[in-house]
Design a binder for this molecule. Structure first.
Ligand SMILES: [Zn+2]
Length: 380
């Protein structure tokens, strides 16, 4: 709330100052917004140094509003001065899956459902993480609460025609250029969890990654190149069972990546918001949203202090067709109903904070989000 007031006040002051210099200003042009944003996120460069891209898998507008009600004025979503919507349909379906949804956000291309950063003709599509590492020397990484070879994280580093090709995706991950990788599914990197007898874990070790297998070791770790596989299999339990690892994992990832002289690009995913929707499980949904809120606090506190970090939060799609029928605002209680155990085709919200945040307003294609990010980071 405070932040919104500060921005509004800054806008008025800047507009008033500008008027005395008779400089024509309209409050809707990106230039103007950047100008009045200057006092808020001190961006003296047209390009933010860092990007933190936060995905709530399956997090539609109703999930966000339910979280706002549950967290009252403490909801982190209220800290974003710029909001928009994203159209999520894929190349071949009205309702996308996380493969095509993640691919659209990470590579700027609408592909067929189930594909991982690969066009229908088989062409591999680079993610903005790969591009920013290659051309801008950024450090990169991801933190998720599902398997590290699940669709959303895989779209940042892998390329397959189908998301189920987990043996291939884990081999690709072991060869990828991320500096920090945090999530679930150690088994997938050892023969016991694979159809072949390969040991991608050895490739990661040979390539200099410090392998970490629990949250305590992750918190203590000081290395610059890490792969943390925090649960044996691909179902690491809910937020409480995981000890809210998205919060501490994000803190650690930012700490490591921020040491990099060229800045960084980090993807953070609240992966199981989607599972709450699929299972029509309100308790799971709300504990995942609570972890997501606490993670957003880490991200926004860092961005606020840093002043040169763009934060974009969105979803790949909505899951469960959640409807809020009633509730109690004072008590922070929502009455929820799901209309499907699958994804729905509705627009999902986009929240932005930091240099360039004003570009993410309006109704945009999911692929536009990629284009805006890559553009703001100084690429075409
Ligand atoms: Zn899903």
């Amino acid at each position: 709330m405070n932040k919104l007031h500060i921005i509004a006040a800054t806008a008025v002051i800047t507009l008033a100052t500008a008027c005395t210099h008779s400089k024509p200003l309209t409050a809707t042009t990106p230039e103007t917004v950047t100008e009045y944003s200057e006092g808020v996120w001190h961006n003296n460069s047209p390009h933010p140094r860092n990007i933190i891209f936060v995905v709530g898998d399956g997090m539609g507008t109703t999930q966000v509003y339910a979280s706002i009600v549950a967290h009252h004025d403490g909801s982190q979503f209220l800290r974003f001065p710029f909001t928009g919507f994203s159209r999520t349909y894929s190349n071949n379906k009205y309702t996308t899956d996380s493969g095509a949804g993640g691919t659209a956000l990470m590579t700027g291309h609408k592909v067929n459902n189930r594909a991982i950063s690969q066009a229908p003709d088989g062409t591999d599509l680079p993610s903005f993480f790969t591009t920013l590492k290659e051309h801008k020397g950024k450090a990169t990484g991801f933190v998720v609460t599902c398997s590290v070879v699940d669709a959303t994280p895989a779209t940042t580093y892998g390329h397959t025609p189908d998301r189920s090709m987990k043996d291939t995706l884990s081999m690709q991950m072991a060869q990828c250029s991320h500096d920090v990788m945090i999530g679930a599914d150690k088994k997938q990197f050892l023969p016991e969890g694979r159809k072949d007898a390969a040991r991608p874990i050895d490739t990661l070790l040979q390539r200099g990654y410090t392998m970490i297998y629990n949250l305590q070791d992750l918190k203590k770790c000081n290395n610059d190149k890490i792969c943390a596989l925090l649960s044996a299999d691909d179902e690491p339990g809910d937020a409480n069972q995981r000890n809210y690892w998205l919060v501490d994992g994000t803190k650690k990832a930012v700490e490591i990546l921020n040491k990099h002289p060229q800045g960084f690009a980090l993807m953070v995913e609240g992966s199981q918001i989607d599972w709450g929707g699929h299972n029509n499980d309100t308790a799971l949904l709300f504990s995942e949203l609570d972890e997501f809120e606490k993670t957003l606090k880490v991200v926004l506190d860092f961005a606020e202090k840093d002043g040169n970090t763009l934060v974009v939060v969105t979803a790949d799609h909505e899951t469960g067709g959640l409807v809020l029928t009633d509730g109690d605002i004072k008590a922070g209680r929502n009455e929820c109903r799901f209309v499907t155990t699958n994804h729905s085709g509705v627009m999902v919200p986009v929240f932005a904070y930091g240099p360039g945040a004003e570009r993410f307003t309006g109704i945009q294609q999911n692929t536009d989000i990629y284009k805006k990010i890559i553009n703001l980071m100084g690429m075409k």
